[in-house]
Ligand binder design. Sequence first.
Ligand code: ZN
Ligand code: CU
Length: 498
Amino acid sequence: MKNCDLLIRNARIYNGLGDGPDNGPSPGPANISNGAVADLAVDGDRIVDLGPGLDYHAAHEFDARGLALAPGFIDVHTHDDTAVLRTPQMLPKISQGVTTVIVGNCGISASPVTLHADPPDPMNLLGGRDDFRYPTFREYISAIAEARPAVNVAALIGHTALRSNHMNRLDRAATEAEVGAMRAHLDDALAGGALGLSTGLAYLSAIHATTEEVIALAQPLAAHHAVYTTHLRSETETILDALREAFTIGDQSQVPVIVSHLKCAGIANWGRSPEVLSALEAVRETQAVGCDCYPYAAGSSTLDLRQVDERVAITITWSTPHPEVSGQPLARIAESWGVTQLEAARRLQPAGAIYHSISEEDMRRILAHPATMIGSDGLPLDPRPHPRLWGTFPRVLGRYSREEKLLPLAAAIHKMTGMPAARFGLEGRGVLTPGAFADLVLFDPESVTDTATYSDPIQPAKGISHVWVNGVLTYTAQESTGERAGRFLPRGRTRWIQ
Ligand code: ZN
Ligand code: CU
């Protein structure tokens, strides 16, 4: 009999590849389809076998009858750049079954950054001046190795972060020389294994960048087989123009495009998701294009005066001059101060907010679309974070798949595992197959659910039974085991399955 470290018996297997005809060959033994009951054997950091009735002598063995076994979830949209170093147990994520986070989204990354002043908005979402200590991408990778986070970390490089390195002011387009300096930084990071470039063109720190600036900067991506991700220039009235700009950048640079947290924001745009998704589908015939989405009808970021609309409920999550208002509606603050909401918002700056500015119906349509991956967009430093930080993945599984039947479980899991691993080039991740890394989550499909709410946002999910990262048991019985086996994941070969 062969030996192995861990044998999980009688689990319902979800292989991460979904059930679609175009999701690649079935993993391992061809007879294991999604939902089938089988055993899985792990040795060291790898899955070594998968199939019914495996014959192994295992150091640890247990019966997972009634539980679902999936590849560890990949959170494709995070702002965990400094959280993986400051709070390496990464409880908000590991408690959801997330085993890999992709940092550096929305144009902001912790590296390569040299600040000359306080971080510009929205880089302040990642921390204060002292948190930006990685002038090169390699230094950031070493910091990850030293911190040993509980989850794997893969990283994008932020356009705004590069702008802040090389520009004396951000309210203008970069000059050719500045773009050249930014490009050299990006190229170096890509050589070090960064996944690609992210932009946050809606923010005031990047909105003055022209399309040409981004195309010129994006030039090294293709040779590295890297990707372009973007928080669109607009998610409101001009979203179609913003999408077109993103597709043009991808087309001119010959790289895949991932639209971040796709949504139709603002009351005037509710109901436009079919139009937006058709635009995406049309381009998918000729270009590699996809998106990510969080399963909530509210967004969150720094407080943006342009988004203050008396018809939209806004909650203040933090404010530097007025920390006492954390958790209060902007409307109530304005009333008690006897000023307009816009004036109150001005006085609260710098601040963070949750905007209830998305329609549930649009969000559901985008979430269920085959182009969409799951990304939390959680803000780990927020004292009163949007509940997506702790709830995103179990909410998709419990509320949207099981309860509302918006999408089958295998499809939901595919959006959090095999699909992102292929698109971002995370080799050996996101699938259950012999030879793949043993990033695993075992959960109860009948009870898995999010518990974090807007009023009580710091709450671990229910129904996540065991989480292994690189073969190491990291979370069980609603607690961290204390082990931290995450690694930095360099970009591998991307495979784009539309
Ligand atoms: Zn964003
Ligand atoms: Cu984001």
